[in-house]
Design a protein around this ligand. Structure first.
Ligand code: ADP
Ligand code: ZN
Ligand code: ZN
Length: 726
């Protein structure tokens, strides 16, 4: 009897043995359907087992091994195994996260090409030569003939007149290229001449050779990091290698997706992100696995794409918090990517205008090689940054006279302005001035936010919502007031103040779907909006040449936040959003409304001096003993009653005391800052050590113990290694 070891998506830290009469070594890495409990589960065979370890009477038999798809290779199994060990998560849960659901379910998966690479065939050339009656199809064919091909069908479809592509194909004017290997590396589309700094960075990184080497590409906003990625990718493709390109949020980066697809029209560019339909995600994954994908472009989960010909990893906006998964397996895709580059012996480029302090510190201490782009590629200069001291000003719905005047000037010149406020909704709370009632969420320790656009009160944490009451629910007072300001309120005021302007709000409420988001981006790019009011959605990666003014309001709130990472996040956010200004040929200005104009954070920002800010922030972290000078893990527990959560953590701490090696610091269990979320009370216990190895070794035995504890009903706990929020 052959035994297979199966990783199953259950919260248990072990693999499960099953009998499989015909299984061989070649089945390791294949998906499998097995009986589990009262039902069936889909899992992954991670090893063959030993008959001696199991009682023959108790062993169950697998239902089905999925052999239509190639097995996942050994290096991929080593990758998920690393993630399970490093983040102390059950292997089966890591596998479930890494594999597309369709693949795990062993649905039939086809990697057939839905997006063939097309060139003009014999019939097409004839059609061009014959002077035919012009049709949409012919117009499209003529447009294509004026460009160097070949093209992906999806790229043609996105062109002007691209609807006719089906017609062109039916007429046989375009034919699919069978041997794709020969053309994958052909760069198409216009390529700009590199700036001296770009050229130097590319030369250094390519010259660094094929082996593992981590690079930090620290380039100011608008310095053309993307062009550097594209050239590096072209180089790897020319060697017949695959490229993995990670971006923080694909919904926010359709521009990048398009640029990659256009530049490498001939390459098979596969997108992987959680918003894809099951079938598309499985297909992309299998194309990566079989080596047919040339470039895998995706969000954090794309770090798990199997890539047999991997030659280069690119991580754009490496500082972005969305690389860290905040639930389930709490991995950081950036950190996993670095591990993967080492495992596979390939270079990795982490790019950012505002690197995370961890990465910046690695570059300073020469663990990472550094390339700097200090100049913008197109614009002559970085935007001028000024603080508007609001201490003695009368604000008009939060807007200072100076900011309003600046917006007015931009309107006159036909330029765009962006008012940045990282708070959606109309007002953060509704309150009653007569009895003090405020709109609290019944399920969370948070307020319900006023959304006037659709007249709802909504919790931004648990999503619950209700209508806006006409009178105070507590005293009946009719005069209840929205208190404070969100994007909707600023939008309303700006529309009143500048009736001639087209005001456009850009936040998650305005862009619920990817289609809505792309439409907003198109509107802005087409110059059909004059004043934008946006949240951090507007901070990332966008390039609008006519946007010349960024006004920042409400930033002070983050200056004094309790989280030790708050200043880093604020600086990054302001530098990124400020970086949207003046990217074209028009100069940009950033105006920050603040009551602390002398604050060093704003001062460094004003000089665009990331390094000075980072040195200061790291100095503070060193003296306070925070990462990257210590290593942290957080045990969190949640339950309907706070006492249960805290009691579990106290018990966990007692167990830890008995195990803890010298040099490990155990803090006291405390309620989380936002204690109640979606009717569950939450508490946390911080563990710290100066050496990563010490912390990891301790966690291994401690967590094994925790799994064996009986816990209160409905109590859940999770471990978070390198937590972002402390
Ligand atoms: P970053 O990602 O560093 O903020 P981008 O890659 O978005 O910057 O580049 C900013 C702008 O500069 C884009 O419009 C891009 O097309 C343009 N650009 C980049 N490199 C060059 C170059 N070498 N010559 C001309 N334009 C360039
Ligand atoms: Zn009242
Ligand atoms: Zn809530």
């Amino acid at each position: 009897m052959t035994i297979v070891r199966v990783a199953l998506p259950v919260p248990l830290p072990q693999v499960f043995d099953y009998a499989a009469a015909d299984a061989t070594e070649a089945d390791v890495g294949r998906c499998v359907k097995v009986p589990f409990g009262r039902g069936d589960r889909n899992g992954l065979i991670v090893a063959l087992g030993n008959t001696a370890d199991v009682e023959p009477a108790r062993i169950k038999t697998v239902h089905h091994i999925q052999r239509e798809v190639p097995a996942l290779p050994a290096d991929w199994l080593a990758l998920v195994d690393f993630v399970a060990r490093y983040y102390h998560a059950p292997l089966g849960e890591v596998v479930a996260l890494a594999l597309p659901p369709g693949l795990r379910r062993a649905d039939g998966v086809s990697d057939a090409d839905e997006d063939p690479l097309l060139e003009i065939g014999e019939a097409g050339r004839r059609a061009l030569a014959d002077a035919r009656r012009p049709s949409k199809a012919l117009l499209l064919l003529q447009a294509l003939a004026a460009e160097p091909g070949p093209w992906r069908r999806s790229v043609i479809r996105a062109m002007a007149g691209g609807e006719a592509v089906g017609d062109v194909l039916r007429r046989g004017w375009l034919t699919a290229i069978q041997d794709e290997g020969r053309v994958a590396a052909l760069a198409s589309g216009a390529q700009p001449e590199l700036t001296a700094e770009q050229a130097r960075a590319i030369e250094a990184i390519v010259g660094g050779g094929a082996g593992f080497r981590p690079w930090l590409l620290h380039g100011v906003t608008g310095s053309g990091k993307t062009e550097v990625y594209l050239r590096l990718a072209a180089h790897a493709l020319a060697q017949g290698q695959q490229v993995l390109m990670l971006v923080p949020e694909i919904a926010l980066t359709p521009q990048l997706e398009q640029r990659v697809a256009q530049r490498f029209a001939a390459a098979n560019v596969v997108s992987l992100h959680s918003a894809l339909a099951d079938g598309a995600r499985s297909r992309g994954f299998v194309q990566a696995l079989t080596g047919r994908a040339d470039i895998v472009l995706g969000t954090r989960l794309a770090v798990f794409a199997p890539l047999p010909r991997l030659g280069l990893i690119l991580v754009d906006e490496e500082h972005d918090a969305s690389y860290k998964q905040q639930e389930g397996v709490r991995y950081s895709a950036r950190d996993v990517a670095v591990w993967r580059a080492r495992q596979r012996g390939v270079p990795i480029v982490l790019g950012s205008a505002t690197p995370s302090l961890e990465t910046w510190y690695h570059a300073r201490s020469e663990r990472y090689a550094l390339q700097t782009l200090s100049q913008r590629a197109v614009a002559a200069t970085l935007p001028a940054v000024h603080c508007i001291d609001t201490r003695r000003l009368k604000l008009d719905e939060g807007l200072s006279p100076g900011l309003q005047a600046a917006i007015g000037q931009r309107l006159e010149r036909g330029e765009q302005s962006l008012v940045f406020l990282n708070r959606r909704g109309y007002a953060p709370v509704l309150s009653c001035p007569s009895c003090g009632w405020v709109s609290r969420c019944p399920h969370c320790s948070a307020n319900l936010v006023v959304h006037l656009a659709d007249r709802r009160l909504r919790c931004h944490h648990c999503g619950c919502d209700g209508s806006i009451p006409h009178a105070c629910p507590s005293c009946g007072n009719q005069d209840i007031q929205p208190f404070g300001r969100g994007t909707q309120r600023i939008e309303a005021r700006l529309a009143e103040r500048f009736p001639q302007a087209r005001v456009l709000r850009v936040d998650r409420d305005a862009a619920r779907t990817r289609a809505q988001w792309e439409k907003l981006l198109d509107t802005i790019a087409a110059g059909e909006a004059d004043i934008l009011v946006g949240t951090q959605m507007m901070a990332k990666g966008h390039d609008f040449p006519r946007l010349t003014l960024v006004g920042v309001i409400g930033a002070d709130a983050s200056l004094h936040a309790a989280d030790f990472r708050a200043p880093e996040r604020l600086f990054q956010q302001l530098m990124q959003v400020g970086g949207r200004a003046g990217r074209g040929t028009l100069p940009g200005t950033v105006l920050i409304q603040t009551e602390y104009p002398g604050h060093p954070l704003y001062q460094h920002l004003g000089r665009h001096d990331f390094d000075a800010f980072a040195r200061m922030a790291l100095q503070e972290r060193r003296s306070a003993g925070f990462p990257p000078f210590t290593h942290q893990a957080m045990l969190r527990a949640d339950a309907p009653a706070l006492d249960d959560a805290v009691e579990f953590l106290r018990h966990a701490r007692r167990l830890a005391e008995a195990l803890a090696p010298e040099g490990l610091r155990l803090y006291d269990p405390v309620p989380m800052r936002m204690t109640r979320l979606a009717r569950r009370e939450r508490a946390q216990l911080l563990i710290e050590a100066d050496q990563r190895g010490l912390l990891q070794a301790f966690l291994l035995s401690w967590i094994e113990m925790l799994y064996r504890q009986r816990t209160a009903r409905e109590l859940r706990w999770q471990i978070d290694v390198n937590p972002l929020e402390v």
